[in-house]
Design a protein around this ligand. Structure first.
Ligand code: 9WN
Length: 423
């Protein structure tokens, strides 16, 4: 297909997954609105329809809680093709939602969409962006209060689903402490849509649902959850995305907020950047998350170790070490960046977050490399992502060893990544 035909095909994927101002990740497998998927999708829409891009973010914050949390799933309309649905979460929000969150790409998306709206002369851009700016600010306050109560300058996940990288090898040790017993009956639907060999294992689901049971029993109260959490990881991927989104909001504060908002954001950003900078490990040439229950560094190699590029200005030694490490992970692969490298004992090239390549991860890492002056490697990653999508379509993720498309097809965030990275 020509580039133009592929762009039309990407628009068609987004149109097909549109459920009325919000976009499902893909039909049937994920029939609701997901938090970070929608933020990426909004940036994809911004390449051709800024009004619709705003709508995506506006619909997401219909699910925002009073305490500021933006949930990881908003269940706008019922569907029985996904587990766990609203009954399992039992959150009692007026729009049904899950009870956990996901990476706050929202602030990055808001800046991107607002700038595209201004460039295209959208009449109500400022009014709409102001509402979204306040929602983002409230969610960042929630992050620091609820998920960094000990002032580490790092925010924690209490559930692997929050990371967006559900069955990453990074969680293996920490998740093994969560029992496999559940009070909720597990009725997986994912494996009826997608080959089970490409999905998390049953044992992972047992632990995932055990955690949901614990937090539901806490009445979704953040303080109780923090005290009782059997899984608590200060995650560098999450912290980096939050720090970057905070910087983007700071940039917007002059137009969309007040001087106080800007000062508050600057303070948050300083705290996060300092916390993140302390997670660099020279002997690994990447950043590492911290298991708050054992107190140990999580050294298992995963893509998360490179995500701080989006938020930090690395020094020369760090920059050459991290780029060399990324090139090592690409070595021998048909397409990178693998979510776990081929040299890792945990590497499974077809199993979800244990090896496959994800277009939105490449998007973040390429963006961070460019910010850090590694233009050539950034370009290489973007172009190989675009070529892979052109070869096999808008798949959920890709086998790094073969370039094969895996998981769900006609995937919204892959279409969005194509539109943004292909420009
Ligand atoms: C749980 C929707 C989501 C992505 C995540 C991805 C997967 C859900 C699941 O799908 O997670 O949130 O049921 O597997 O891991 O990153 O947001 O595309």
């Amino acid at each position: 297909m020509t580039t133009l035909r592929m762009e039309e095909a990407a628009h068609a994927v987004l149109a097909r997954n549109d459920r009325g101002g919000y976009t499902v990740p893909t039909d049937r497998l994920y029939p609701f609105q997901w938090n970070w998927d929608s933020a990426f999708v909004a940036m994809g829409f911004a390449t051709f329809d800024v009004d619709r891009a705003f709508r995506e973010l506006e619909r997401l914050i219909e699910g925002q809680w009073d305490d500021g949390m933006i949930p990881h799933i908003v269940f706008h309309a019922p569907s029985d093709t996904y587990f766990p649905g609203p009954d399992v979460w039992g959150t009692k929000h007026h729009v049904p939602t899950s009870g956990i969150t996901q990476p706050p790409v929202f602030g990055m998306a808001l800046r991107h969409v607002y700038e595209a709206a201004v460039a295209s002369g959208l009449a109500d851009a400022e009014t709409r962006a102001k509402v979204l700016f306040q929602a983002a600010l409230r969610s960042h306050r929630w992050w620091l209060a609820a998920r960094d109560p000990e002032d580490l300058g790092l925010v924690s996940i209490l559930h692997p689903w929050e990371s967006g990288s559900d069955n990453s090898p990074a969680w293996d040790e920490a998740l093994a402490r969560a029992p496999t017993t559940t009070s909720t009956a597990i009725r997986r639907k994912d494996t009826s849509h997608v080959n089970a060999a490409m999905r998390p294992r049953d044992e992972d689901y047992q632990r995932f649902i055990h955690l949901v049971d614990v937090y539901r029993d806490c009445g979704w109260n953040p303080k109780q959850q923090w005290a009782r959490a059997p899984f608590k990881v200060a995650d560098v991927q999450m912290t980096a995305i939050l720090a970057r989104a905070t910087a983007d909001l700071m940039h917007l504060a002059g137009i969309l907020g007040s001087e106080n908002d800007r000062a508050e954001l600057a303070q948050m950003q300083g705290r996060l950047v300092n916390g993140l900078a302390r997670r660099w490990r020279p002997h690994l040439s990447r950043f590492v998350s911290l298991d708050l229950i054992s107190g140990a560094d999580i050294e298992a190699p995963t893509q998360a170790g490179f995500i701080p590029l989006v938020a930090l200005a690395l020094d020369d030694a760090q920059r050459s070490a991290i780029t060399a490490e990324i090139r090592r992970w690409l070595d021998g692969m048909t397409v990178g960046i693998p979510s776990a490298p081929a040299f890792s004992p945990a590497f499974e090239p077809k199993r979800y977050w244990r090896g496959p390549v994800w277009a939105v991860i490449n998007w973040l890492i390429a963006d961070g490399l460019r910010l850090n002056g590694a233009e050539e490697l950034a370009r290489h990653i973007e172009q190989s992502t675009v070529r892979t999508i052109e070869n096999v379509g808008f798949c959920e993720y890709f086998d790094p060893t073969t370039g094969e498309g895996l998981g769900g097809d006609t995937f919204s965030w892959t279409a969005a990544a194509y539109l943004v990275l292909g420009r």
